[in-house]
Structures are given as structure tokens and as C-alpha cells.
Write a protein that binds this ligand. Structure first.
Ligand SMILES: Cc1cc2nc3c(=O)[nH]c(=O)nc-3n(C[C@H](O)[C@H](O)[C@H](O)COP(=O)(O)OP(=O)(O)OC[C@H]3O[C@@H](n4cnc5c(N)ncnc54)[C@H](O)[C@@H]3O)c2cc1C
Length: 448
């Protein structure tokens, strides 16, 4: 592109101004020590910042977050299924972070828990009295040989997990003319363990609608040894896969995609080293995940790379002024936004107590939830705790496919997310569960 001298000098001046203002804000932030620093502006980070900025006031809370957009990821299943658009699931980051907190638009790259500071990618050192880590999970597509290239080479290779690829899922389903449609589940902890199969049910339904189902094998290749970690919902899902003639292969881990041959290579985890090659005509990949590299290599994580917290209090096991929420912490529960909501209330009470040098009283019971969409209009609402025991909100059998639960998932939950959770007003359905079950005999465990 040709640029004349006048344009060039204007560009230089503009760049100079931009750089100066960037340096100015950097210097101001670098000198400031915040009472509370939150790392990550996703579900957990926004909710925690909203809660504490109300308590601590403007200028005392900072959020370190590099992204310009916030995504309501639970909607990605509906985006991939052609029911919602990506823009429905997206908001500018500025609009979801509380106005009174300082947004440091950079990545956290170094944690110094002894000197109580975090260094950002732009070189700032941000001091804190208290730190909440809410960095979520990183998608490791590159751990599967040939997969990053396959996304570019073959439009039938898709993934609902990434903003760049979720928009390709529905077109791939609609283009599909029969053959093998394979859906994968990796060999690492992931966010929303139900999502790899939810998109399979939506796709299978569309294959029937498009008259391609009779020429199609729908295959779920999962690294796990069960279809779902909670017996009650696993039993329901097994009935769904059986009635819809879906083949489930357990202990199969995707290790390679050969886009030019349309082959997916799986390792048989029952017999490590043994590879099986599947031909595919559509491949939906759930990638291996880990905490972000900057966190995984820090001193605040456990051996598995998760922020090492007490599973009940969510306080760090070695640094009492650090807490962690959501997908990046070591709480051994299924990683969901629903878990974030329940953790949020516990973290609020316990961190507030620590700030006042009081006793922590709130305990997280592992509550998590997964709306298992089985078709456009049907959903099994799984809710459970650390012991993989159902912890259901409604006094009906949630193990059944229900249209009410679908509407809850598609219509009510997004509102709850944007208007309540991110604003710091939603701590999960614990209170409602107690109210709904008042006086009713139930096999459910009492809620926390
Ligand atoms: C396809 C799909 C379907 C899902 N379905 C459901 C569902 O039905 N129900 C449900 O409850 N949950 C669902 N989830 C899971 C849910 O979205 C997550 O569990 C939840 O968003 C976790 O919140 P978080 O705050 O821990 O992480 P996130 O919301 O992922 O936020 C992490 C933030 O940290 C930021 N970050 C990362 N690295 C750094 C760094 N170095 N420095 C600063 N910031 C950083 C990121 O930019 C991001 O903004 C689904 C997720 C997906 C992908």
C-alpha cells in the first residue's frame, strides 16, 4: 500500500500519541497497588470483580484481561447447532466488566506470590493485597498432529470449542451427505464435559431432517470409560444413544488428523500404542485442554497445573491471600459456568472474611450442572456434586429428556448469565433448590 509523505507523518504522529497514551496508562497502573486483582475477565472473573468492586469501591479492584470480547461459551452448542449466532454469545469486554474496576488490557505472564505482584505481557507490575485467579482453560489443538492444518484444509473438520471454528459446525452439518460423522472427547479435563456429545445429538437430528441419516454412521469416540460421569444421567444418555443408533467407542483418544485422506487416528487407551484409523466425512473435535501456559508454569499451581486451592474454601493452599475460581482451579468437579456461579458465592464470603481477618465459613460442595441437550427442544438437566451424586433443583426427575429444561437452557440461562452472574448477583440455584424441595420427600442430598 502506497503512503504519501503527509499521510506518513500523520501516521507517525498518531502512532506517537497512541504509544504515549499507552505508556502513560501503563505507568499509572504500574505504580498502583490494588487491594484486589482479578486475573481473567471470563465468567468467574467478571462475577468476582462485580461483587468486590461494590464492597471495595472504585480504584481498588483491577481485572487483567487481554481479550476485547467476552463470550457466553455455554451458547456455543446452540451456535454449532444453527440455533443461535456467535454474535448472540458475544459482548464487548468493556460492557461486561464493572465500570468502576480498572481494566488492564494485557495478559498476565508472571506470578510472584511472595512479593504479591503479577507481571503483564506489556511489562507492567501490578501489586495486590488479594488475588483471584480466573484464567479458565487453554485449548491445545496443536497437541493433535495435523489438526491445526486440518481446520484450514477440510471444512468438514470443526470444533464448537473455539470462536474461530464454532461458526463452521452448522455449515458442515448441512453440507454433510452421509458417511462417518465422528465426535471426539479428549484425554484431559475439559470444560463442559457434556458439550462433546450435545452437538452430536443436534447433528444427528439434522441428518434425519436432511434425509442423510440412513447413509450415516454417527460415532462418539471418547477417551472416557463411561458416557457421563454421573450414573443417573449416564443411564439416560445410554438410552438416547441406543434409541438413535449412535455408536459409542470408549477409551478412544484422537491423536492425529490426516485431512488429505480424511482419516482420524485414535489411540486405544486400553492398549496404549495401538492405533485405529477411522475414515470421516465430518469430524467434530473437542481438543485437549490445560490451564494457560503462563499459569501452568507458575508457583501457584499443583502438579496437574491447576491453581492449588482448598476444594471447600477455594483459598490457595500455600498463599492465603490468593483464591481461584472456575475452570483453572483444582476443585475436583466438572468445569462449567454453573460451577462458577456456585463457587462465586463461597469465594465472596470466604475472601471477605479473610479481608476482615475473620473465619471462613462458606463451603463449596462441588455443585455443577450440565444441560445435556439431546435435540432441538429436549434436554436432560444434570446437576450434581463432588461425589457425583445428583443435586437437582426441581422436584421432578431431571434424568428425563424434557422440553421445559431445553427452554430453561436456551432462553432463561443466557439472561441469568448476562444480567445476574456477570453482575455478581447469582450464586447458583442452591437457595431455590431448598425452597422447591421444602416439605417434599427426596432422595437428593441436602444442598450446601
Ligand atoms: C462448547 C462449550 C459449551 C459449554 N456449555 C456449558 C453449559 O451448557 N453450561 C455451563 O455451565 N458451562 C458450559 N461451558 C463451560 C463454561 O463456559 C466454562 O466453564 C466457564 O466459562 C468457565 O469460566 P472461567 O471464568 O473459569 O473461564 P472463562 O470464562 O473461559 O474465562 C477465562 C478468561 O481468562 C482470560 N485469560 C486467559 N489467559 C489469561 C492471561 N494469561 N492473563 C489474563 N487473562 C487471561 C481469558 O481471555 C478469559 O477471558 C461450555 C463451554 C464450551 C466451550
Amino acid at each position: 500500500m502506497a503512503v504519501n509523505v503527509l499521510q506518513h507523518s500523520r501516521l507517525v504522529i498518531l502512532e506517537g500519541l497512541k504509544t504515549r497514551s499507552r505508556h502513560f496508562s501503563t505507568a499509572v497502573i504500574a505504580q498502583k497497588n490494588y487491594k484486589l486483582v482479578v486475573v481473567g475477565g471470563g465468567s468467574g472473573g467478571c462475577a468476582v470483580a462485580s461483587k468486590f468492586v461494590k464492597k471495595l469501591g472504585a480504584g481498588n479492584v483491577a481485572v487483567i484481561e487481554p481479550c476485547q470480547h467476552h463470550y457466553y461459551q455455554p451458547m456455543f452448542t446452540l451456535v454449532g447447532g444453527g440455533i443461535k449466532s456467535l454474535s448472540d454469545a458475544t459482548r464487548p469486554m468493556k460492557s461486561v466488566l464493572p465500570a468502576k474496576c480498572d481494566w488492564i488490557e494485557s495478559k498476565a505472564v508472571k506470578f510472584d506470590p511472595v512479593n504479591q505482584k503479577v507481571t503483564t505481557a506489556s511489562g507492567e507490575e501490578v501489586g495486590y493485597d488479594y488475588l483471584v485467579v480466573a484464567m479458565g482453560l487453554q485449548l491445545n489443538f496443536d497437541k493433535i498432529k495435523g489438526l491445526p492444518e486440518a481446520f484450514d484444509l477440510d471444512p468438514q473438520v470443526v470444533s464448537n470449542y473455539w470462536t474461530k471454528t464454532v461458526v463452521n459446525t452448522y455449515p458442515a452439518i448441512q453440507r454433510f451427505k452421509g458417511g462417518n460423522a465422528i465426535f471426539t472427547f479428549p484425554n484431559t479435563p475439559i470444560k463442559c464435559a457434556g458439550a462433546p456429545q450435545k452437538i452430536m445429538y443436534l447433528a444427528e437430528e439434522l441428518f434425519r431432517k436432511n434425509n442423510t441419516r440412513k447413509d450415516t454412521n454417527v460415532i462418539f469416540n471418547t477417551s472416557l470409560g463411561v458416557i457421563f460421569g454421573v450414573k443417573k444421567y449416564a443411564e439416560s444418555l445410554l438410552k438416547v444413544v441406543e434409541s438413535r443408533n449412535i455408536q459409542v467407542n470408549y477409551k478412544r483418544n484422537l491423536v492425529e488428523v490426516r485431512a488429505s485422506e480424511r482419516e482420524a487416528v485414535f489411540e486405544n487407551l486400553d492398549n496404549p500404542g495401538e492405533m485405529e484409523v477411522f475414515k470421516y466425512d465430518m469430524l467434530h473435535v473437542t481438543p485437549p485442554m490445560s490451564t494457560p501456559d503462563e499459569l501452568r508454569t507458575s508457583d501457584i499451581v499443583n502438579e496437574a497445573g491447576f491453581v492449588d486451592v482448598n476444594k471447600e474454601t477455594l483459598q490457595h493452599n500455600s498463599f492465603p491471600n490468593i483464591f481461584a475460581i472456575g475452570d483453572c482451579n483444582s476443585a475436583p468437579t466438572s468445569k462449567t459456568a454453573a460451577a462458577v456461579a456456585a463457587q462465586c458465592g463461597v469465594l465472596e464470603r470466604n475472601l471477605s472474611a479473610v479481608m476482615k481477618e475473620g473465619k471462613q465459613s462458606a463451603k463449596y460442595d462441588g455443585y455443577t450442572s450440565c444441560p445435556l441437550i439431546t435435540s432441538r427442544g429436549k434436554c436432560i438437566l444434570a446437576e450434581f456434586d463432588y461425589d457425583a451424586q445428583p443435586l437437582e433443583t426441581f422436584p421432578i426427575n431431571q434424568g428425563k429428556e424434557r422440553s421445559t429444561m431445553y427452554h430453561l437452557k436456551a432462553k432463561v440461562m443466557p439472561e441469568l448469565y448476562w444480567k445476574m452472574l456477570l453482575k455478581g448477583y447469582w450464586n447458583g440455584p442452591g437457595v431455590y433448590r431448598k425452597l422447591m424441595r421444602l416439605g417434599m420427600g427426596s432422595s437428593q442430598k441436602p444442598s450446601a
